[in-house]
Every structure is written in C-alpha cells, then in structure tokens.
Design a protein around this ligand. Structure first.
Ligand SMILES: [Zn+2]
Length: 48
C-alpha cells in the first residue's frame, strides 16, 4: 500500500508502505533515509 509522501526537510519524494489509512492526515512523522532522522512528511496521495 504505497503512499506518496514528501519530506518537508529535504524535499525528497518517496513511497511509504503502511497498512493503515493516512489519507485523512496532511503530514506524517516518519524516518527519512535522506535526512537520517524523523521528519514531517507531506502526504501527497495514494499510489496504485
Ligand atoms: Zn528528508
């Protein structure tokens, strides 16, 4: 279940595979492998 998210710190877009619905949120706090720390990530939408 890939969600397209974008790290607000570095701007990297990546896919987040989670089994729960995050579509109601605007952002999610997740580990960014580029920043190498937890950052706020903008939820861009669901990828088919
Ligand atoms: Zn980042």
């Amino acid at each position: 279940m890939p969600w397209k998210v974008k790290c607000n710190s570095c701007g990297t877009q990546w896919e987040l595979g989670v089994s729960f619905d995050i579509g109601k949120q605007k952002v999610i706090y997740q580990y960014c492998s580029v920043c190498k720390k937890n950052t706020f990530n903008e939820i861009l939408g669901y990828e088919d």
